[in-house]
Design a protein around this ligand. Structure first.
Ligand code: FES
Ligand SMILES: [Fe+2]
Length: 342
């Protein structure tokens, strides 16, 4: 027998591989950009193994509800029309209010007497992002949506030039949130030059994961991350004295699951304009600001090929220092998978 047979292969550790949850995670997730949804706009959505309709009523509020009309099943996101703060179904004209209740059924001349309503998803906006709360057990939001950050500095607005996204990416949000503490991959995937090849405990971040909004505090001058559940990562990049050309920024990296294999990814950067560039306006990043946006966009998709083709390791072969960080993040993330959901 070869000596190598003393060490198991992955095939010989049957529970080493496979993500342990099938329920869609609980939390706030990005479903769009504020600047892309004007009053009266209606959009179909497809998240959390379900389908939804999103619209903006005339009071400016964003409403998200289940896609299928509770009368006869038409998809409100394909041909539905906004009337005031209500949505009108394209099939038989039933009108649904922002609270999901029927307000008018034309053939009855009044609100439908049928005992039906539309499922509502709590929705809100901050930093130019539209957030939706998802919970497989239909619990009300258990923590607040990510806060507004635009007023903190003289940031450029979130718009087409400061935001980006990718649809139908093969990745689960869990991969993305675990990435935040995956120090080694910052060298190989993201070409980070701060971290020495031979790591010491000082190179690893401090974690504060007591709440659903977890904090990963990297050693200065690197960024510190807030993880709002598994779907939203907000990274604060401070002023970097060693790299004065690198603008401080707030970077969003959002992953919204479509099903267990596929997610939509969204990203945006709050950054100040590079005023040293002639003709710089208050809308479109140029110079250093543009470089910052381009870099973050590049970094957010740098892992896609890895995620698309990897298997989830339930029991990884943790190297020194690694296990402590990953195990803490995985234990924290358990709260977002209510397995007993119907
Ligand atoms: S299916 Fe919507 S009104 Fe009939
Ligand atoms: Fe990464």
């Amino acid at each position: 027998m070869s000596i190598h047979n003393d060490v198991p292969t992955l095939d010989e550790i049957p529970d080493a591989i496979g993500f342990p949850h099938t329920v869609m995670p609980t939390g706030w997730f990005q479903v769009g950009w504020s600047h892309e949804l004007k009053v009266g706009d209606v959009r179909p959505l497809k998240y959390f193994k379900q389908q939804q309709v999103m619209y903006r009523g005339e009071d400016g509020g964003v409403i998200v509800m289940s896609a299928f009309c509770a009368h006869f099943g038409a998809h409100l996101g394909h041909g539905g029309r906004v009337d005031g703060c209500n949505i009108v179904c394209p099939y038989h004209g039933w009108v649904w209010g922002p609270d999901g209740r029927n307000v008018f059924a034309p053939h009855e001349g009044k609100a439908s007497s049928a005992n039906r309503r539309m499922k509502r998803y709590p929705a809100t906006e901050s930093s130019g992002i539209i957030w939706v709360w998802h919970d497989a057990q239909d619990r009300d939001p258990l923590w607040p949506a990510p806060p507004e950050r635009r007023g903190e500095r003289n940031f450029l607005p979130i718009g087409p030039a400061t935001s980006y996204g990718w649809q139908d990416v093969t990745a689960h949000p869990q991969y993305v949130v675990e990435n935040v503490v995956d120090i080694d991959h910052f060298i190989y995937v993201h070409k980070n030059t701060y971290i020495p090849e031979l790591r010491s405990p000082d190179d690893y971040p401090t974690l504060d994961l007591r709440e659903p909004i977890g904090h990963v505090i990297a050693k200065p001058p690197r960024g510190s991350s807030q993880c709002h559940g598994v779907g939203v990562i907000v990274v604060d990049f401070p002023v970097d004295k060693d790299r004065p050309w690198r603008s401080p920024a707030v970077v969003y990296s959002c992953t919204t699951p479509i099903d267990n294999e596929t997610s939509d990814m969204f990203g945006c950067v709050l950054v100040e304009q590079d005023a040293s560039v002639e003709g710089a306006d208050n809308e479109t990043p140029v110079g250093r600001a543009l470089k910052r946006v381009s870099e973050q966009r590049f970094q957010q998709q740098a892992d896609f090929t890895i995620w698309k083709n990897m298997v989830y390791m339930r029991r990884p072969a943790y190297s020194r220092y690694e296990g402590k960080l990953f195990l803490q993040v995985r234990q924290w993330a358990e709260q977002f998978y209510p397995e007993d959901a119907a």
